[in-house]
Design a protein around this ligand. Structure first.
Ligand code: SF4
Length: 333
């Protein structure tokens, strides 16, 4: 059985409704293999499909410029909830909700949550539809369950790699968090942005585990990177060129601040921040990443030099304290 809902019927209907003639399909890594199949559906619906083969990690990375250059009249973006308020080309978002059963993994998480009564719930958009079911399991186990509903999130309980406002909004009221979803990245984000014990229920691997030890190690590594960047003779500030990741003003302000402190910093404009791309600048001792903060976490071991986030740079400059860095979030924009 397919693990995600690609909403094929809706896709056909939207193409008909919008009378689209040329459609650009954008899928995140991990779902790209479905591109050719989705292209066939688009073709049968009467439009010319083009599948974007470039990397995509979020709705911040919408292929609008590419769509314009290809003369596309509809973008179909898979795997993420809408982020942008305005799209210059009609865009439909197919969130690719997961169809995997979460109950078993949640049951396995219960023993790991035994020391806490008040539990906060968090997940990614793929599992939002399961939150009520998960809540019921926790309530039956005698827990009090709280789901954050902060202003700037698409759904209650949802976290994304650079926005943990939902969990931060309830952190004071809970003793621990249960994150339901695959991988460790978002769960680590929950742990780091709330400083609360965080248990993962992973429905794909059907297991539950704590990320607390990993979060502690990660904090030490991040702090070491900040210290290294502080000592760096030559810095570069990365300006992301993806439409929802560009923080030009913040990058320029940072350069001015560094100059006032007698530090040299080069502005680098970049689309894909990869170790190979950064290796082309061997004289740079540390990079400040104003684009997607996830890159600084996920790829840190592969980068030859420290790549700190914007909030970490403010801590490096002593503009914010450790506590404020934890409150703002290490990886939040
Ligand atoms: S900036 Fe990074 S973490 Fe935030 S939505 Fe985009 S890809 Fe995800």
């Amino acid at each position: 059985m397919e693990r995600f809902d690609f909403e094929e019927e809706r896709l056909k209907q939207e193409i008909g409704k919008l009378e689209a003639r040329r459609v650009l399909i954008q899928l995140p890594e991990g779902l790209k293999l479905h591109g050719p199949r989705l292209a066939s559906i688009v073709e049968k619906a009467g439009a010319l499909p083009i599948v974007s083969a470039d990397p995509c990690y979020g709705a911040c990375d919408l292929v609008t410029a590419e769509a314009e250059s290809l003369g596309v009249d509809l973008i179909v973006h898979y795997g993420h909830a809408k982020l942008s308020e305005y799209e210059c080309i009609p865009t439909i978002y197919v969130e690719a909700r997961a169809t995997v059963e979460v109950s078993d993994a949640v049951e396995k998480a219960l023993p790991l949550l035994k020391n806490w009564h008040k539990v906060g719930l968090a997940t990614t958009v793929q599992h939002i539809q399961t939150l009520n079911r998960i809540k019921e399991i926790l309530l039956n186990a005698g827990k009090t369950v709280i789901i954050g509903d902060a202003e700037h999130s698409s759904y209650p309980g949802q976290v994304i790699g650079c926005n943990y406002s939902n969990v931060k909004s309830i952190a004071r009221n809970v003793e621990a968090f249960l994150f339901v979803g695959g991988g460790r990245f978002h769960a680590l984000g929950v742990a780091l942005s709330t400083s609360k014990p965080t248990i993962v229920a992973d429905p794909y691997e059907n297991r539950a585990f704590s990320v607390d030890d990993e979060a502690k190690i990660l904090l030490k590594k991040r702090w070491a990177s900040i210290c290294d960047a502080k000592e760096a003779e030559r810095l570069a500030i990365l300006i992301g060129l993806k439409n929802g990741q560009q923080r030009l003003r913040a990058a320029m302000n940072l350069k001015v601040k560094l100059k006032k402190l007698g530090r040299r910093a080069t502005l680098l404009a970049i689309t894909e921040i990869t170790p190979i791309a950064l290796m082309q600048f061997p004289d740079i001792d540390a990079f400040i990443n104003t684009a997607c903060p996830r890159i600084s976490l996920d790829d840190s071991k592969n980068f030859p030099k420290p790549v700190i986030t914007l909030n970490e740079a403010y801590a490096m400059l002593n503009e914010i304290t450790w506590e404020e860095l934890c409150r703002r979030g290490w990886f939040e924009s």
